[in-house]
Design a binder for this molecule. Sequence first.
Ligand code: FES
Length: 322
Amino acid sequence: MDVTLRVKRFDPEAAEPEPYWQDFTVNIEDNGTVLDALIKIREDIDGSFSLRCSCRSSICGSCAMRINGHAGLACKIQAPTAIVNGVITVEPAGNMPVVKDLVVDFDSFWDKIMEIEPYLKPEGPEPEAEYIASNESMLHLSGVTSCIMCGACVSDCTVMEVDPTFLGPAALAKAYRFTADPRDGDENGVSKDRLEELTKPSGMWDCTRCMECVTVCPKGVAPMDRIMALRDQAMAAGFTNTNGARHTEAFSESVEHSGWLDELRLVPKSVGITNLSALAGYAPIAIQALTHGKMPPIIHKKIEKAGNVRKLFDKIEGPKRH
Ligand code: FES
């Protein structure tokens, strides 16, 4: 079958290096992948066309790129299923500098992976033989250990787009792989040092839960879910003196108490009521809300049947004294 690909190209050695779009039509097998079509372009039409690939089996992670606007593995996506209005649109992965055509520079990706110290760090006395972990204690890690480091999650992370310092979904999911490993940390498997580092700015609390990383991950790692689990671990380990932890607690308290969110008090409770400089930073937003009639009510009333919401909390967290 013939397929047409609209490919975003970039040649750093051109007289005026600017990205541009180019259409190619190639003939591939009916069950061919997007990668098959791209390789055909390189082999039959333009030998200067650059892309990365190796295994062609969704194992090595080298062929991650944006296909029709979302990151994925070109070797995993069947070309016929990717045709939209007659073409398949292909771009390099996002949030990383383009080296040439579809090849991006992974240096920042690997720097962040190294930042979380991606190896076991057991504390306490060394065992006489190997560190033992039961099957049950490792089973929940099978999803996150499926990560092939393709960078699809990083490519489409909406936080990294505006804040390149954010550790990002790949590194944070990798961090969880160690904080949740019973062989890492103290004798109870608590990696306090790691969690403390990860609660700092650009860490776990900077995820905005847009779900893009979960949607595009070709291996079902669900990085955002791991980030949420890291937050739970950090709070359980006592790291509650952060904007993120306070925000979570204030949000939850408000909904549990009144059945809905008290937006007016959420910001001061999150940044700290005595943190005047941070609060002053929110003044322009508050003025905008006021002038646009979006100011939340000053008196926050309970919704009707707020008790039902509390029952849900009791069901999940167990009954407690209110
Ligand atoms: S070529 Fe290895 S994952 Fe696609």
